[in-house]
Design a protein around this ligand. Structure first.
Ligand SMILES: C[S@@+](CC[C@H](N)C(=O)[O-])C[C@H]1O[C@@H](n2cnc3c(N)ncnc32)[C@H](O)[C@@H]1O
Length: 214
């Protein structure tokens, strides 16, 4: 990409970042609490992530991006066979799990075509890792087929997580940017039958680990 085209692209992403921020915040809240998202907010959010896939891949190059996520993983003592990474972006968190559990099948899911393309490109050749286009609110995964659902900087809908998780399965929700969730967030997981196993503000970001009732 020429320098001028590169500058134009960066300016467009920065403008879309500002313009789509309120929409992204709204759909994170309605998606998490209600399992619904407004079509317009979704469109703006999608446009931002489609165009910013390169930036998310760059962010992953810094070790600090996955610090809280890794802290959360260190609390998981079982060996999951089936792992799903929701809102996987450029796929770094999914790749961390594929390396940690080489016998597991790891699938990264994202609703942005360009993110999925980027993730496949970044992590090609990792035999136990694939990336699929999909909507975290309506996943094409069977009921009770997954041992561990993970997400980094994406708020999954507990209703859909519960549907795909085996009884007793785990969900790790980590953030690079925010501290641990509010009491309302914990209550929403609890309302869907999840028990908090661990939560921690990390060196950078935070994580929460919940277990689906057996
Ligand atoms: C803030 S980025 C985080 C990406 C990556 N997990 C990371 O931390 O680098 C959020 C990701 O969630 C994806 N996303 C947003 N809404 C989604 C949905 N309903 N289903 C699946 N993925 C979604 C976006 O496309 C984007 O890649």
């Amino acid at each position: 990409m020429s320098t001028r085209a590169g500058r134009l692209g960066s300016a467009l992403v920065a403008a879309l970042d500002r313009r789509s921020r309120p929409s992204r915040e709204r759909i994170a809240v309605t998606g998490f609490f209600l399992g619904t998202q407004s079509a317009l907010d979704n469109l703006l959010s999608r446009a931002f992530f489609e165009l910013s896939n390169r930036d998310w891949a760059r962010a992953e190059e810094h070790e600090s991006h996955h610090l809280a996520f890794r802290d959360g993983l260190s609390r998981i003592t079982c060996e999951p066979s089936t792992v799903v990474d929701l809102g996987t972006g450029a796929g770094g968190s999914a790749a961390v799990m594929a390396k940690r559990w080489p016998a597991a099948t790891v699938v990264g899911v994202d609703s942005s075509r360009q993110m999925v393309r980027r993730a496949r490109e970044q992590h090609q050749g990792v035999v136990n890792l694939t990336f699929d286009l999909g909507d975290g609110l309506r996943l094409s995964l069977g009921d009770e087929t997954v041992d561990l659902v993970a997400s980094l900087n994406y708020m999954p809908f507990p209703g859909e997580v519960k549907r795909i998780l085996r009884p007793g399965g785990l969900v790790l929700v980590a953030s690079t940017f925010q501290s641990v969730g509010s009491a309302a967030i914990e209550a929403n997981w609890s309302d869907h039958g999840f028990t908090l196993e661990a939560k921690q503000d990390a060196q950078r970001g935070s994580f929460e680990l919940y277990r689906r009732s057996p």
